[in-house]
Design a protein around this ligand. Structure first.
Ligand code: 87F
Length: 514
């Protein structure tokens, strides 16, 4: 059971600009949220992740402690994804954390832009290392020399490897728990095939799994699409992604990426196989990843002024049972009824617990578990006991129902499904309400300032994307393409690019992003 202490992240580096109204916090217990989501989103977010006990701030900027309330969510996602990729014949690997400068530099062309973010180990104890060693920001250069060694003939293909690990990218822009941290957890899949067709197929299979993680587990709507040439992974052939949108900030956020690397790395690392004609061919490669950022996107999407709101499928606890004692009425009987309820729910496979702490009032406990985002609360008092019922309260919309004890499991299961569905539908409605189709530059600027998710006809020229970036540069960051969605509206003959006036080739999402 948690200590029940809220608020007050230690360490520095809390995100969000100052200002914004502070709500009165109940003084005696320090429980409750000081910031509102619509008043000061940055501070609200920091407060939610700390008060819900997902995150503890750490004394290195951009590094955070992930507490069980966050790690258990990560484990649910991992369990699902791991089972799915095993069906696709992915094998688990673990490659070292460290990489020599020599090997890291092997992919010089694209590492160049990333170089400032690479962290180095230069000492052991007091003495300098012979040569500095980098900490992996990603593992292409760590893995591919061994792909070259392991792949000899077409019988060694496909090679499909996945590792769950941490990576380090020493970012300098505004660190935000989950969303932008200097160390984060991810899975990285790296695969090699004999043909491009097989690689192409896998890119989309994985992207569909990422969509499921966001939409079916985290209840966050995403768009699948392809990245522009500017925004793709420079080392690869093409990049696909799932993109989410945060209405409060009007920013897009890349949820996960699935890249077809083509034969670029095969060339660099000499990854070839003997084909069935007896000569040597280069492999076709993919790489793909999703990270703990997904948890942050979920928090931003569903959280409210009372704190975190968790989709039931990823909630470490789905039901919290709270005894509501009354003056002279027998408390032991109520607590026993609560215990019985938890047992019944647990037996039915529902994640349930009870809060029997005697030094806190029921009202305090309600706020505490609301702040932690538990999907359903069950209150049991003398009246409920007498009527053989329990009061069930939904976290997502506050709806209350008195449910006969005999129907509890069935009704709770139904409610959990409803909460899951409602969170997704509500988030989708909010996102769709931000969608703005624009055709001209003037409309684009209005929509951008209005925090919209912009869909615009585009000529698909890199120079034009650069130009848009330059023309929208400012304190809030420049606008860029988020992706070109696979689901394309009609593009009538003669449609022109919103930014260049040239003939438009496609509809693309534009906006500011995380
Ligand atoms: C930061 C420092 C050094 C991103 C970096 O997306 C290198 C890099 O290569 C870097 N930040 N990237 C691109 C990562 C590409 C790719 N790697 C495997 C993925 C999915 C998983």
């Amino acid at each position: 059971m948690s200590s029940g202490k809220g608020g007050g992240g230690g360490g520095g580096g809390k995100g969000g600009a100052g200002g914004g109204k502070k709500k009165e916090v109940k003084k005696e217990t320090k429980l409750g949220m000081a910031y509102k989501k619509d008043d000061n989103f940055g501070e609200w977010y920091s407060e939610v992740v700390v008060n819900s006990e997902m995150i503890e701030y750490y004394d290195i900027s951009g590094c955070y402690i992930l507490r069980p309330w966050a790690m258990e969510i990560w484990e649910f996602l991992k369990e699902f994804f791991d089972a799915e990729i095993k069906k696709l014949k992915l094998k688990p690997y673990y490659f070292p954390l460290f990489v020599t400068e020599n090997v890291l530099q092997k992919e010089k062309d694209h590492i160049e832009g990333f170089a400032p973010e690479v962290a180095w180990v230069t000492k052991s104890g007091k003495s300098d290392l012979e040569a500095p060693i980098a900490i992996r920001p990603t593992s292409e250069t760590v893995m591919y020399p061994y792909f070259s060694k392991w792949i000899r003939s077409h019988r060694d293909l496909p090679l499909r490897c996945n590792q769950w690990c941490n990576v380090v990218r020493w970012e300098f822009s505004n660190p935000t728990p989950f969303i932008r941290s200097r160390e984060f957890l991810w899975q990285e899949g790296h695969t090699a095939f004999a043909t491009k067709e097989e690689a192409d197929e896998e890119v989309l299979q994985i992207l569909e799994l990422y969509r499921k993680i966001y939409e079916e587990f985290l209840a966050v709507p995403v768009s699948k699409g392809r990245k522009s040439e500017m925004e793709k992974f420079a080392g690869g052939l093409y990049t696909t992604s799932v993109e989410a949108f945060i209405p409060n900030t009007g920013r897009g956020v890349q949820g996960a990426t699935s890249h077809c690397l083509g034969q670029n790395f095969a060339k660099m690392f000499d990854i070839t196989f003997e084909n069935d004609k007896g000569s040597r061919s280069m492999v076709w490669q993919n790489s793909w990843a999703y990270t703990t950022r997904s948890i942050g996107v979920m928090v931003m999407t569903h959280g409210d002024d009372k704190g975190l709101v968790l989709p039931p499928r990823v909630a470490p606890l789905q039901v919290i049972v709270i005894p509501v004692p009354y003056k002279d009425v027998d408390t032991t009987a109520i607590v026993n009824e609560c215990k019985k309820t938890v047992e019944t729910l647990e037996k039915a496979g529902i994640r349930a617990d009870l809060d029997t702490r005697e030094n806190y009032s029921p009202g305090w406990k309600y706020s505490h578990w609301e702040m932690k985002g538990v999907p359903l609360r069950i209150e049991i008092g003398p009246k409920d006991m007498a009527n053989n019922q329990a009061r069930v309260v939904r976290r997502d919309n506050g709806a209350k129902a008195d449910i006969p004890t005999a129907d509890l499991v069935e009704k709770v299961n139904g409610l959990l499904d409803e909460v899951q569905k409602n969170l997704f539908e509500t988030a989708k409605q909010k996102r769709d309400a931000c969608l703005k189709v624009v055709n001209t530059w003037d409309e684009f600027i209005v929509a951008l300032n209005d925090k919209k998710l912009i869909l615009a006809p585009w000529c698909d020229e890199e120079e034009v994307e650069k130009d848009v970036k330059a023309r929208t540069k400012g304190d809030l960051g420049a606008a860029k393409t988020l992706c070109t969605p696979f689901e394309q509206p009609d593009l009538p003959e003669g449609t022109t690019c919103f930014a260049s006036g040239k003939p438009a080739k496609k509809w693309s999402f534009w906006g500011r992003s995380y």
